[in-house]
Ligand binder design. Sequence first.
Ligand SMILES: C[S@@+](CC[C@H](N)C(=O)[O-])C[C@H]1O[C@@H](n2cnc3c(N)ncnc32)[C@H](O)[C@@H]1O
Length: 243
Amino acid sequence: MSQTHFGFETVDEREKAQRVRGVFDSVASKYDIMNDLMSAGLHRAWKAYTVAVAKLQPGDKVLDIAGGTGDLSRAFAKKVGATGVVFHTDINEAMLRVGRDRLLDEGLVLPTTLCDAEKLPFPTGSLDLVSVAFGLRNMTHKDVALAEMNRVLRPGGRLLVLEFSKVAAPLKKVYDWYSFKVLPQVGQLVAGDADSYRYLAESIRMHPDQETLKAMMKTAGFGHVDVHNLTGGVTALHVGIKC
Ligand SMILES: C[S@@+](CC[C@H](N)C(=O)[O-])C[C@H]1O[C@@H](n2cnc3c(N)ncnc32)[C@H](O)[C@@H]1O
């Protein structure tokens, strides 16, 4: 079996998928509060920007991959209206359940599907927009997942990848201190789980930087890719057009 990374560790590919599952099983119930705490609410601004860039129209068909607790799915659903559809999907049942319950509590009934981004159960060319927020980093074969995202889009359709990225040099020292010293302690205090938040910090450092991800998206078939750096590169929104 091939080897890959789980944070800074080198592991078998199958072990990575199991350990990623363990992380999200562990954090699912505290995921939303931790997101607000550790990003000081910034994840809301990054997602709002993503929704603005999506420029969805009523009737659009959207796939939210690694949708977790449903922030993007909910915002997209309001844009596409009753004539459109947003598929809220994730590989992790615990995350998907929290998200589905939250959406139902808010009166939104979306098709919720358990699925692996590397084997999407959607027909070729069937979607107007695909999104993946803070999910690509956790995938074992990112190239396979990106090719699948390209396959399910219609020609002219767009992929939005919102993900942690490489910070600007002046921010690096304080960002490293925050990620490796503060984050695991907050994770321990609030979610009783320092390891999952240590994995978060490590997985961000192992994730392809802005230019590398842009090149990977082009290899996966996106004819045009734009990169939007957010908060000094703490995150980046990559927008790929299938053309
Ligand atoms: C950090 S959460 C992001 C949730 C949500 N998109 C958000 O922005 O709040 C990452 C999600 O990626 C999912 N994930 C990891 N590997 C995946 C895969 N191969 N296919 C689909 N989802 C995956 C995890 O289960 C988890 O719910």
